[in-house]
Design a protein around this ligand. Structure first.
Ligand SMILES: [Zn+2]
Length: 332
């Protein structure tokens, strides 16, 4: 599968061996061609509608004045700059300024010798980003979230220290020294289909309490410890909808940086169609034909009718692929 899913197709070489070399990292931090993104509390810095990238080589119209460059240098010396990867000779970093308060951030922006800079929430700025930018920023966001959540050792409670350009945390307790690495939470997401003896095939979609009403999405859930992905698919579908499944087939996967999941997408066949919903999770669920789904509205539109999930989600990809297949079969 080679789908253009949002957050996929990271263009940078993660340079996972080179980033362990502190002198190489320091050289890259100071290099003219290195590029920096700025992050503050779930938001990235934009110049009007364009993602802002600071580089001594190319940002000729930006001069960091004394106080802003001091802050930038402080962020570097405080290990608040995370290495993301390389593209040819250029190294890419994200500078996390989340330690600044609202007021301090406004002051920092005011002092920069460039107008029209603003921080925009990552999720709501996806339409401003191309595929590669979306992948880089999603990676950066997941790393920063992990660094914050693991800033104290899970074993002994002592502070941890960032190493390897922000990709490893080491406990500062000399009796512990436990290493912590970025975590990814696997979640399965699945479109369940059923082919009746006569008539068109149908698929199972549900309204989840955690998303707006009338948006129908595929079922999904986190993988339990000691569970295979296929077992997780079968368990989640049965728990949430009372449907037993077979022929579970992998379709595609997508990093999902809210906060640090990996969505693993499947299609499965239903063995029964009666629904028994887990009401804590689902508002409603039903079986739909492809012809019904193509008439659904879009997430966020004003209509009162049923809607499809967000275009950037793998849920939407699974629905779109299934509809295309059904409609091409019925027309062929
Ligand atoms: Zn420890």
């Amino acid at each position: 599968m080679d789908n253009e899913l949002t957050f996929c197709k990271m263009p940078l070489d993660r340079a996972s061996t080179l980033r362990k070399n502190q002198s190489w990292l320091e050289q890259k931090l100071a290099a003219t061609e290195s590029c920096f993104y700025f992050y503050w509390r779930g938001k990235y810095l934009y110049l009007e509608e364009r993602l802002f990238v600071y580089s001594k080589a190319s940002t000729a119209d930006l001069t960091l004045d004394c106080s802003s460059s001091a802050l930038f240098n402080q962020a570097i010396s405080d290990n608040r700059v995370t290495f993301l990867g390389t593209e040819q000779d250029a190294a890419y970093f994200v500078c996390d300024l989340s330690f600044l308060t609202d007021v301090e951030m406004k002051q920092w922006l005011d002092k920069l010798a460039i107008q029209k800079l603003k921080f925009i929430d990552f999720r709501s700025s996806l339409t401003l980003l191309n595929q590669h930018q979306g992948a880089i920023l999603s990676y950066a966001k997941a790393l920063i979230h992990w660094q914050k959540s693991a800033s104290f050792c899970g074993h002994c409670g002592e502070k941890t220290k960032l190493m390897d350009g922000g990709h490893r945390l080491v406990c500062q307790n000399t009796g512990c020294k436990k290493e912590h690495f970025p975590r990814t939470d696997p979640a399965v997401i699945m479109l369940v289909e059923h082919q009746p003896k006569s008539g068109p095939a149908v698929c199972l979609l549900a309204e989840h309490h955690r998303i707006p009403e009338k948006v129908f999405s595929t079922l999904a859930g986190f993988v339990d410890p000691g569970e295979s992905l296929q077992e997780a698919v079968a368990r989640e579908v049965f728990e949430e909808a009372g449907v037993k499944t077979t022929d579970i087939e992998f379709i595609d996967s997508q990093p999902w940086p809210f906060p640090h999941s990996l969505m693993i997408g499947f299609i499965a066949r239903a063995q029964n169609t009666e629904l028994c919903l887990e009401e804590e999770e689902l508002r409603s669920a039903d079986w739909f034909t492809a012809q019904e789904l193509v008439n659904f509205g879009e997430w966020g539109d004003e209509s009162d009718g049923p809607k499809l999930p967000r275009k950037e989600s793998i849920s939407r990809l699974l629905i779109d692929l299934w509809c295309q297949k059904q409609l091409s079969q019925s027309s062929g």
